[in-house]
Design a protein around this ligand. Structure first.
Ligand code: DMJ
Length: 489
Protein backbone atom coordinates (compact mmCIF):
# COMPACT_ATOMS: atom_id res chain seq x y z
CA UNK A 1 0.00 0.00 0.00
CA UNK A 2 1.04 3.67 -0.21
CA UNK A 3 1.94 3.57 3.48
CA UNK A 4 4.65 0.97 2.93
CA UNK A 5 6.43 2.97 0.19
CA UNK A 6 8.22 5.47 2.49
CA UNK A 7 9.04 2.62 4.82
CA UNK A 8 10.60 0.64 1.97
CA UNK A 9 12.51 3.69 0.77
CA UNK A 10 13.76 4.33 4.27
CA UNK A 11 14.80 0.69 4.68
CA UNK A 12 16.64 0.78 1.37
CA UNK A 13 18.40 4.01 2.36
CA UNK A 14 19.31 2.55 5.73
CA UNK A 15 20.76 -0.60 4.14
CA UNK A 16 22.77 1.51 1.68
CA UNK A 17 24.10 3.54 4.58
CA UNK A 18 25.19 0.42 6.45
CA UNK A 19 26.82 -1.08 3.36
CA UNK A 20 28.61 2.19 2.63
CA UNK A 21 29.86 2.65 6.22
CA UNK A 22 30.80 -1.01 6.37
CA UNK A 23 32.80 -0.56 3.18
CA UNK A 24 34.56 2.51 4.50
CA UNK A 25 35.26 0.94 7.86
CA UNK A 26 36.37 -2.26 6.25
CA UNK A 27 38.71 -0.36 3.93
CA UNK A 28 40.05 1.65 6.81
CA UNK A 29 40.75 -1.38 8.93
CA UNK A 30 41.65 -3.67 6.05
CA UNK A 31 45.35 -4.16 6.71
CA UNK A 32 46.21 -4.79 3.03
CA UNK A 33 44.56 -1.46 2.20
CA UNK A 34 46.49 0.20 5.02
CA UNK A 35 49.79 -1.14 3.64
CA UNK A 36 48.80 0.25 0.25
CA UNK A 37 48.15 3.67 1.83
CA UNK A 38 51.57 3.47 3.49
CA UNK A 39 53.14 2.75 0.10
CA UNK A 40 51.31 5.73 -1.32
CA UNK A 41 52.66 8.01 1.40
CA UNK A 42 56.22 6.72 0.92
CA UNK A 43 56.01 6.97 -2.88
CA UNK A 44 54.28 10.36 -3.10
CA UNK A 45 56.88 11.95 -0.85
CA UNK A 46 59.78 10.35 -2.69
CA UNK A 47 58.23 11.71 -5.88
CA UNK A 48 57.72 15.16 -4.44
CA UNK A 49 61.13 15.65 -2.87
CA UNK A 50 63.63 13.21 -4.36
CA UNK A 51 62.34 12.11 -7.75
CA UNK A 52 65.05 10.39 -9.79
CA UNK A 53 67.54 10.33 -6.90
CA UNK A 54 68.35 7.15 -5.02
CA UNK A 55 66.48 7.63 -1.76
CA UNK A 56 64.46 10.21 0.17
CA UNK A 57 65.45 12.10 3.30
CA UNK A 58 61.94 12.45 4.76
CA UNK A 59 62.76 14.99 7.46
CA UNK A 60 64.91 17.35 5.45
CA UNK A 61 62.72 16.63 2.40
CA UNK A 62 65.46 16.14 -0.15
CA UNK A 63 67.30 13.37 -1.96
CA UNK A 64 69.73 10.98 -0.29
CA UNK A 65 72.57 9.37 -2.18
CA UNK A 66 74.26 6.25 -0.96
CA UNK A 67 77.68 5.30 -2.29
CA UNK A 68 76.43 1.71 -2.73
CA UNK A 69 75.06 2.65 -6.14
CA UNK A 70 77.79 5.04 -7.29
CA UNK A 71 76.33 7.40 -9.86
CA UNK A 72 73.53 5.07 -10.81
CA UNK A 73 70.33 6.91 -9.91
CA UNK A 74 66.73 6.01 -9.18
CA UNK A 75 67.21 3.15 -6.65
CA UNK A 76 63.82 3.80 -5.02
CA UNK A 77 62.04 3.80 -8.39
CA UNK A 78 63.54 0.51 -9.56
CA UNK A 79 63.19 -1.13 -6.13
CA UNK A 80 59.52 -0.06 -5.91
CA UNK A 81 58.37 -1.03 -9.42
CA UNK A 82 57.01 -4.47 -8.58
CA UNK A 83 55.39 -3.33 -5.31
CA UNK A 84 53.51 -0.65 -7.29
CA UNK A 85 52.48 -3.29 -9.81
CA UNK A 86 51.34 -5.82 -7.21
CA UNK A 87 49.37 -3.17 -5.30
CA UNK A 88 47.77 -2.12 -8.59
CA UNK A 89 49.01 1.46 -8.27
CA UNK A 90 48.75 1.81 -12.03
CA UNK A 91 49.44 5.53 -12.47
CA UNK A 92 52.49 5.34 -10.26
CA UNK A 93 53.79 2.23 -12.06
CA UNK A 94 53.37 4.03 -15.38
CA UNK A 95 55.36 7.07 -14.26
CA UNK A 96 58.06 4.81 -12.82
CA UNK A 97 58.27 2.92 -16.11
CA UNK A 98 58.57 6.16 -18.05
CA UNK A 99 61.40 7.27 -15.79
CA UNK A 100 63.22 3.97 -16.40
CA UNK A 101 62.76 4.32 -20.16
CA UNK A 102 64.04 7.88 -20.29
CA UNK A 103 66.51 8.19 -17.45
CA UNK A 104 67.90 4.93 -16.10
CA UNK A 105 71.46 5.06 -17.35
CA UNK A 106 74.27 2.60 -16.70
CA UNK A 107 76.83 4.35 -18.91
CA UNK A 108 78.25 6.21 -15.96
CA UNK A 109 81.64 6.36 -14.32
CA UNK A 110 80.62 4.75 -11.05
CA UNK A 111 82.08 2.40 -8.50
CA UNK A 112 79.18 0.34 -7.23
CA UNK A 113 78.50 -2.55 -4.85
CA UNK A 114 77.96 -5.57 -7.10
CA UNK A 115 75.65 -7.17 -4.50
CA UNK A 116 73.47 -4.12 -3.87
CA UNK A 117 73.12 -3.27 -7.53
CA UNK A 118 72.30 -6.87 -8.34
CA UNK A 119 69.63 -7.41 -5.67
CA UNK A 120 67.93 -4.01 -6.05
CA UNK A 121 68.43 -2.98 -9.70
CA UNK A 122 68.81 -6.29 -11.58
CA UNK A 123 66.27 -7.99 -9.29
CA UNK A 124 63.84 -5.05 -9.50
CA UNK A 125 64.04 -4.88 -13.30
CA UNK A 126 63.64 -8.65 -13.71
CA UNK A 127 60.52 -8.72 -11.51
CA UNK A 128 59.05 -5.71 -13.28
CA UNK A 129 59.59 -7.52 -16.58
CA UNK A 130 58.07 -10.81 -15.46
CA UNK A 131 55.05 -9.09 -13.91
CA UNK A 132 54.30 -6.55 -16.63
CA UNK A 133 55.83 -8.13 -19.73
CA UNK A 134 57.29 -4.71 -20.67
CA UNK A 135 60.38 -5.24 -22.81
CA UNK A 136 62.20 -2.17 -21.49
CA UNK A 137 62.75 -3.89 -18.13
CA UNK A 138 64.22 -7.03 -19.72
CA UNK A 139 66.58 -4.96 -21.88
CA UNK A 140 67.78 -2.84 -18.96
CA UNK A 141 68.28 -5.88 -16.71
CA UNK A 142 70.45 -7.63 -19.32
CA UNK A 143 72.37 -4.43 -20.07
CA UNK A 144 73.14 -4.00 -16.37
CA UNK A 145 74.01 -7.69 -15.99
CA UNK A 146 76.61 -7.28 -18.75
CA UNK A 147 78.11 -4.29 -16.91
CA UNK A 148 78.57 -6.47 -13.82
CA UNK A 149 80.45 -9.27 -15.60
CA UNK A 150 83.99 -7.78 -15.20
CA UNK A 151 83.58 -8.25 -11.42
CA UNK A 152 84.21 -11.96 -12.02
CA UNK A 153 87.67 -11.37 -13.52
CA UNK A 154 89.56 -12.76 -10.53
CA UNK A 155 91.86 -15.81 -10.36
CA UNK A 156 89.08 -17.96 -8.84
CA UNK A 157 86.07 -16.33 -10.49
CA UNK A 158 84.78 -15.29 -7.03
CA UNK A 159 83.70 -11.71 -7.83
CA UNK A 160 84.95 -8.49 -6.34
CA UNK A 161 82.61 -6.65 -3.97
CA UNK A 162 83.10 -3.30 -5.69
CA UNK A 163 83.28 -2.59 -9.39
CA UNK A 164 83.77 0.48 -11.50
CA UNK A 165 81.23 -0.17 -14.24
CA UNK A 166 83.01 2.14 -16.68
CA UNK A 167 86.58 0.90 -16.33
CA UNK A 168 85.67 -2.66 -15.30
CA UNK A 169 88.16 -2.48 -12.41
CA UNK A 170 87.15 -4.31 -9.26
CA UNK A 171 88.35 -4.41 -5.68
CA UNK A 172 87.18 -5.54 -2.25
CA UNK A 173 85.99 -3.60 0.77
CA UNK A 174 89.10 -2.30 2.53
CA UNK A 175 87.74 -3.53 5.88
CA UNK A 176 87.18 -7.14 4.77
CA UNK A 177 89.47 -9.70 6.37
CA UNK A 178 92.63 -10.33 4.29
CA UNK A 179 91.30 -8.72 1.09
CA UNK A 180 88.38 -11.16 1.00
CA UNK A 181 85.09 -11.08 -0.86
CA UNK A 182 81.99 -11.46 1.34
CA UNK A 183 79.93 -14.67 1.41
CA UNK A 184 76.54 -12.90 1.50
CA UNK A 185 77.60 -10.73 -1.44
CA UNK A 186 79.07 -13.19 -3.93
CA UNK A 187 76.60 -15.85 -2.74
CA UNK A 188 73.60 -13.65 -3.58
CA UNK A 189 73.86 -13.39 -7.34
CA UNK A 190 72.61 -16.84 -8.28
CA UNK A 191 68.87 -16.28 -8.80
CA UNK A 192 69.23 -13.11 -10.84
CA UNK A 193 72.08 -14.44 -12.98
CA UNK A 194 70.21 -17.65 -13.84
CA UNK A 195 67.30 -15.48 -14.99
CA UNK A 196 69.62 -13.20 -16.98
CA UNK A 197 70.78 -16.24 -18.95
CA UNK A 198 67.21 -17.43 -19.33
CA UNK A 199 66.06 -14.06 -20.71
CA UNK A 200 69.09 -13.20 -22.84
CA UNK A 201 69.91 -16.64 -24.21
CA UNK A 202 73.50 -15.95 -23.12
CA UNK A 203 74.80 -18.75 -20.85
CA UNK A 204 77.65 -16.62 -19.46
CA UNK A 205 75.64 -15.29 -16.50
CA UNK A 206 74.64 -18.74 -15.25
CA UNK A 207 78.18 -20.04 -15.81
CA UNK A 208 79.61 -17.34 -13.55
CA UNK A 209 77.38 -18.25 -10.62
CA UNK A 210 77.71 -22.01 -11.15
CA UNK A 211 81.47 -21.51 -10.87
CA UNK A 212 81.00 -19.83 -7.46
CA UNK A 213 79.14 -22.94 -6.38
CA UNK A 214 81.95 -25.17 -7.61
CA UNK A 215 84.63 -23.19 -5.77
CA UNK A 216 82.59 -23.34 -2.56
CA UNK A 217 81.79 -27.02 -2.74
CA UNK A 218 85.47 -27.94 -3.20
CA UNK A 219 86.58 -26.03 -0.09
CA UNK A 220 86.92 -27.54 3.38
CA UNK A 221 84.37 -26.07 5.73
CA UNK A 222 85.21 -25.70 9.42
CA UNK A 223 82.63 -27.89 11.25
CA UNK A 224 80.56 -27.82 8.04
CA UNK A 225 80.13 -24.03 8.38
CA UNK A 226 80.84 -21.36 5.76
CA UNK A 227 83.05 -18.48 6.96
CA UNK A 228 81.95 -15.02 5.81
CA UNK A 229 85.25 -14.17 4.10
CA UNK A 230 86.82 -15.78 1.04
CA UNK A 231 89.87 -14.45 -0.78
CA UNK A 232 89.12 -14.26 -4.54
CA UNK A 233 92.78 -14.59 -5.48
CA UNK A 234 93.96 -17.47 -3.27
CA UNK A 235 90.59 -19.18 -2.92
CA UNK A 236 91.24 -19.46 0.86
CA UNK A 237 88.90 -18.53 3.66
CA UNK A 238 89.70 -15.35 5.58
CA UNK A 239 88.79 -14.95 9.25
CA UNK A 240 86.58 -17.79 10.55
CA UNK A 241 83.55 -15.69 11.36
CA UNK A 242 80.22 -17.39 10.63
CA UNK A 243 76.95 -15.52 10.67
CA UNK A 244 73.40 -16.14 9.49
CA UNK A 245 72.89 -12.38 9.75
CA UNK A 246 74.99 -9.67 8.11
CA UNK A 247 77.84 -10.93 5.86
CA UNK A 248 76.40 -14.46 5.59
CA UNK A 249 72.59 -14.34 5.50
CA UNK A 250 71.38 -14.39 1.91
CA UNK A 251 74.01 -16.93 0.79
CA UNK A 252 71.98 -19.59 2.65
CA UNK A 253 68.71 -18.12 1.40
CA UNK A 254 69.90 -18.40 -2.23
CA UNK A 255 70.95 -22.06 -1.90
CA UNK A 256 67.39 -22.98 -0.93
CA UNK A 257 65.75 -20.63 -3.41
CA UNK A 258 68.01 -21.73 -6.29
CA UNK A 259 66.69 -25.25 -5.74
CA UNK A 260 63.06 -24.03 -5.53
CA UNK A 261 63.45 -21.73 -8.56
CA UNK A 262 64.86 -24.62 -10.62
CA UNK A 263 61.59 -26.51 -10.05
CA UNK A 264 63.54 -28.62 -7.55
CA UNK A 265 66.10 -29.86 -10.07
CA UNK A 266 69.18 -28.07 -8.64
CA UNK A 267 70.25 -30.96 -6.39
CA UNK A 268 73.61 -29.37 -5.48
CA UNK A 269 71.88 -26.24 -4.17
CA UNK A 270 69.50 -28.43 -2.18
CA UNK A 271 72.26 -30.54 -0.61
CA UNK A 272 74.39 -27.51 0.26
CA UNK A 273 71.39 -25.85 1.91
CA UNK A 274 70.29 -28.77 4.09
CA UNK A 275 73.90 -29.65 5.07
CA UNK A 276 74.46 -26.02 6.05
CA UNK A 277 71.27 -25.94 8.14
CA UNK A 278 72.40 -29.10 9.92
CA UNK A 279 75.73 -27.44 10.83
CA UNK A 280 73.96 -24.23 11.86
CA UNK A 281 71.67 -26.19 14.18
CA UNK A 282 74.56 -28.01 15.78
CA UNK A 283 76.91 -25.08 16.25
CA UNK A 284 74.92 -21.83 16.22
CA UNK A 285 71.34 -22.35 17.35
CA UNK A 286 70.80 -22.12 21.10
CA UNK A 287 67.91 -21.70 23.56
CA UNK A 288 67.97 -19.00 26.24
CA UNK A 289 67.07 -19.81 29.84
CA UNK A 290 63.80 -17.98 29.20
CA UNK A 291 63.04 -20.43 26.39
CA UNK A 292 63.83 -18.25 23.35
CA UNK A 293 65.56 -19.93 20.41
CA UNK A 294 68.23 -17.78 18.79
CA UNK A 295 71.00 -18.02 16.21
CA UNK A 296 74.35 -16.95 17.62
CA UNK A 297 77.44 -15.89 15.69
CA UNK A 298 80.54 -18.11 15.57
CA UNK A 299 84.06 -16.69 15.74
CA UNK A 300 86.75 -19.33 15.37
CA UNK A 301 84.79 -21.78 17.51
CA UNK A 302 83.57 -19.30 20.12
CA UNK A 303 79.95 -18.18 20.22
CA UNK A 304 78.84 -14.58 20.45
CA UNK A 305 75.29 -14.71 21.85
CA UNK A 306 73.97 -11.97 19.65
CA UNK A 307 71.36 -12.02 16.91
CA UNK A 308 70.96 -9.32 14.27
CA UNK A 309 67.68 -7.98 12.91
CA UNK A 310 69.02 -9.26 9.57
CA UNK A 311 69.17 -12.80 11.02
CA UNK A 312 65.41 -12.75 11.59
CA UNK A 313 64.81 -13.57 7.91
CA UNK A 314 65.94 -17.11 8.79
CA UNK A 315 62.59 -17.95 10.43
CA UNK A 316 60.90 -17.63 7.04
CA UNK A 317 63.74 -19.48 5.33
CA UNK A 318 63.55 -22.49 7.67
CA UNK A 319 59.78 -22.71 7.20
CA UNK A 320 60.05 -22.34 3.41
CA UNK A 321 62.64 -25.12 3.35
CA UNK A 322 60.59 -27.48 5.55
CA UNK A 323 58.93 -29.14 2.60
CA UNK A 324 62.21 -30.30 1.05
CA UNK A 325 63.71 -31.56 4.31
CA UNK A 326 63.77 -35.33 4.96
CA UNK A 327 60.18 -36.28 5.83
CA UNK A 328 60.90 -36.82 9.53
CA UNK A 329 62.36 -33.29 9.70
CA UNK A 330 59.56 -31.31 7.99
CA UNK A 331 57.73 -30.46 11.22
CA UNK A 332 61.03 -29.67 12.89
CA UNK A 333 61.97 -27.04 10.28
CA UNK A 334 58.54 -25.39 10.56
CA UNK A 335 58.92 -25.41 14.35
CA UNK A 336 62.37 -23.83 14.04
CA UNK A 337 60.86 -21.10 11.84
CA UNK A 338 58.11 -20.53 14.42
CA UNK A 339 60.63 -20.30 17.27
CA UNK A 340 62.77 -17.74 15.42
CA UNK A 341 59.64 -15.74 14.55
CA UNK A 342 58.71 -15.72 18.24
CA UNK A 343 62.17 -14.60 19.34
CA UNK A 344 62.20 -11.80 16.76
CA UNK A 345 58.72 -10.74 17.84
CA UNK A 346 60.03 -10.58 21.41
CA UNK A 347 62.89 -8.36 20.23
CA UNK A 348 60.20 -5.92 19.03
CA UNK A 349 57.91 -6.34 21.99
CA UNK A 350 60.66 -5.65 24.55
CA UNK A 351 61.35 -2.16 23.16
CA UNK A 352 59.45 0.99 23.98
CA UNK A 353 58.54 1.65 20.36
CA UNK A 354 57.63 -1.97 19.50
CA UNK A 355 60.12 -1.92 16.67
CA UNK A 356 63.15 -4.19 16.73
CA UNK A 357 66.74 -3.09 17.31
CA UNK A 358 69.54 -3.75 14.82
CA UNK A 359 70.98 -6.44 17.11
CA UNK A 360 69.91 -8.03 20.38
CA UNK A 361 71.75 -10.14 22.88
CA UNK A 362 71.36 -13.15 25.09
CA UNK A 363 74.05 -12.55 27.66
CA UNK A 364 74.78 -10.41 30.69
CA UNK A 365 71.34 -11.15 32.12
CA UNK A 366 69.28 -10.00 29.12
CA UNK A 367 67.28 -11.83 26.47
CA UNK A 368 66.34 -10.39 23.07
CA UNK A 369 67.38 -6.88 24.11
CA UNK A 370 70.00 -4.56 22.62
CA UNK A 371 72.58 -3.59 25.21
CA UNK A 372 74.96 -1.47 23.15
CA UNK A 373 73.91 2.01 22.14
CA UNK A 374 75.06 1.47 18.55
CA UNK A 375 72.75 -1.54 18.16
CA UNK A 376 69.53 0.17 19.21
CA UNK A 377 68.52 1.64 15.86
CA UNK A 378 65.78 0.52 13.45
CA UNK A 379 66.18 1.48 9.78
CA UNK A 380 62.82 0.28 8.38
CA UNK A 381 64.23 -3.21 7.83
CA UNK A 382 61.89 -5.97 6.57
CA UNK A 383 63.26 -9.27 7.96
CA UNK A 384 60.85 -9.75 10.86
CA UNK A 385 57.79 -8.95 8.76
CA UNK A 386 59.21 -11.18 6.02
CA UNK A 387 59.29 -14.08 8.47
CA UNK A 388 55.71 -13.33 9.62
CA UNK A 389 54.61 -13.48 5.98
CA UNK A 390 56.22 -16.88 5.37
CA UNK A 391 54.94 -18.26 8.68
CA UNK A 392 51.42 -17.01 7.93
CA UNK A 393 51.38 -18.56 4.45
CA UNK A 394 52.77 -21.86 5.67
CA UNK A 395 50.79 -22.29 8.92
CA UNK A 396 47.85 -19.85 8.81
CA UNK A 397 48.31 -19.24 12.50
CA UNK A 398 46.52 -15.87 13.02
CA UNK A 399 49.19 -14.65 15.44
CA UNK A 400 51.46 -13.80 12.51
CA UNK A 401 48.91 -11.36 11.13
CA UNK A 402 48.43 -9.93 14.62
CA UNK A 403 52.17 -9.42 14.97
CA UNK A 404 52.29 -7.86 11.50
CA UNK A 405 49.53 -5.46 12.52
CA UNK A 406 51.49 -4.49 15.65
CA UNK A 407 54.39 -3.58 13.36
CA UNK A 408 52.08 -1.47 11.18
CA UNK A 409 50.87 0.44 14.24
CA UNK A 410 54.43 1.02 15.43
CA UNK A 411 55.60 2.16 11.98
CA UNK A 412 52.69 4.57 11.73
CA UNK A 413 53.26 5.93 15.20
CA UNK A 414 57.02 6.32 15.20
CA UNK A 415 58.39 6.21 11.65
CA UNK A 416 55.73 8.05 9.66
CA UNK A 417 56.51 11.72 9.28
CA UNK A 418 55.09 14.39 7.00
CA UNK A 419 57.73 13.75 4.37
CA UNK A 420 57.56 9.93 4.26
CA UNK A 421 58.95 7.25 6.62
CA UNK A 422 62.16 7.50 8.61
CA UNK A 423 64.35 5.12 10.59
CA UNK A 424 64.73 5.57 14.35
CA UNK A 425 68.00 5.98 16.25
CA UNK A 426 66.96 4.33 19.52
CA UNK A 427 63.87 2.13 19.76
CA UNK A 428 64.12 2.02 23.59
CA UNK A 429 63.75 5.76 23.94
CA UNK A 430 60.55 7.63 24.80
CA UNK A 431 60.98 10.10 21.98
CA UNK A 432 61.77 9.50 18.35
CA UNK A 433 65.10 10.62 17.06
CA UNK A 434 64.73 10.13 13.30
CA UNK A 435 67.67 9.13 11.12
CA UNK A 436 66.15 10.97 8.15
CA UNK A 437 66.46 8.13 5.60
CA UNK A 438 63.64 6.35 3.79
CA UNK A 439 65.51 3.23 2.66
CA UNK A 440 64.57 1.90 -0.78
CA UNK A 441 64.04 -1.56 0.75
CA UNK A 442 61.17 -0.13 2.81
CA UNK A 443 59.19 0.11 -0.44
CA UNK A 444 60.49 -3.04 -2.07
CA UNK A 445 60.40 -5.34 0.96
CA UNK A 446 58.81 -4.08 4.17
CA UNK A 447 55.64 -2.75 2.55
CA UNK A 448 55.41 -5.58 0.02
CA UNK A 449 55.71 -8.27 2.70
CA UNK A 450 53.08 -6.47 4.79
CA UNK A 451 50.74 -6.34 1.82
CA UNK A 452 51.29 -10.04 1.07
CA UNK A 453 50.85 -10.96 4.74
CA UNK A 454 47.34 -9.48 4.61
CA UNK A 455 46.45 -10.74 1.11
CA UNK A 456 45.23 -14.10 -0.16
CA UNK A 457 47.80 -16.85 -0.74
CA UNK A 458 47.13 -16.89 -4.47
CA UNK A 459 48.81 -13.51 -4.91
CA UNK A 460 52.27 -14.62 -6.07
CA UNK A 461 51.89 -18.23 -4.90
CA UNK A 462 55.03 -19.98 -3.65
CA UNK A 463 54.69 -22.82 -6.19
CA UNK A 464 55.35 -20.36 -9.00
CA UNK A 465 57.41 -17.56 -7.51
CA UNK A 466 60.50 -17.15 -5.34
CA UNK A 467 61.45 -13.80 -3.84
CA UNK A 468 64.99 -12.57 -4.24
CA UNK A 469 66.63 -11.19 -1.11
CA UNK A 470 65.21 -7.73 -1.85
CA UNK A 471 61.67 -9.24 -2.12
CA UNK A 472 61.59 -9.10 -5.91
CA UNK A 473 59.53 -12.06 -7.16
CA UNK A 474 61.15 -14.24 -9.82
CA UNK A 475 59.24 -17.05 -11.51
CA UNK A 476 60.07 -20.71 -10.94
CA UNK A 477 61.60 -22.05 -14.16
CA UNK A 478 59.29 -25.00 -14.64
CA UNK A 479 60.88 -28.06 -16.27
CA UNK A 480 57.98 -28.66 -18.60
CA UNK A 481 57.33 -25.12 -19.80
CA UNK A 482 59.85 -22.29 -19.65
CA UNK A 483 57.23 -19.65 -20.46
CA UNK A 484 54.50 -20.84 -18.18
CA UNK A 485 55.29 -18.09 -15.67
CA UNK A 486 53.79 -15.48 -18.01
CA UNK A 487 50.35 -16.97 -17.34
CA UNK A 488 50.62 -17.32 -13.62
CA UNK A 489 50.40 -13.74 -12.39
C1 DMJ B 1 68.03 -5.59 1.94
O1 DMJ B 1 68.73 -4.85 1.01
C2 DMJ B 1 68.11 -7.07 1.65
O2 DMJ B 1 67.09 -7.72 2.34
C3 DMJ B 1 69.43 -7.66 2.05
O3 DMJ B 1 69.44 -9.06 1.89
C4 DMJ B 1 69.73 -7.34 3.50
N1 DMJ B 1 69.58 -5.96 3.83
C5 DMJ B 1 68.46 -5.20 3.32
C6 DMJ B 1 67.28 -5.07 4.24
O4 DMJ B 1 67.50 -5.07 5.57
Amino acid sequence: TWKTVPLLLFTEYFIDLIVCCGFLLNQHYNPAFVSLQMMKHAWDNYKRYAWGLNELKPISKQGHSSNLFGNIQGATIVDALDTLYIMEMKEEFKEAKEWVEKNLDFNVNAEISVFEVNIRFVGGLLSAYYLSGEEVFRKKAVELGEKLLPAFNTPTGIPWALLNIKSGIGRNWPWASGGSSILAEFGTLHLEFVHLSHLSGNPVFAEKVMNIRKVLSRLDKPEGLYPNYLNPSSGQWGQHHVSIGGLGDSFYEYLLKAWLMSDKTDEDGKKMYYDAVQAIETHLIRKSSGGLTYIAEWKGGLLEHKMGHLTCFAGGMFALGADGAPSDKTGHHIELGAEIAKTCHESYDRTRMKLGPEAFRFDGGVEAIATRQNEKYYILRPEVIETYMYMWRLTHDPKYREWGWEAVEALEKHCRVDGGYSGIRDVYNNHESHDDVQQSFFLSETLKYLYLLFSEDDLLPFEHWVFNTEAHPLPVLHKDDGNKEENQK
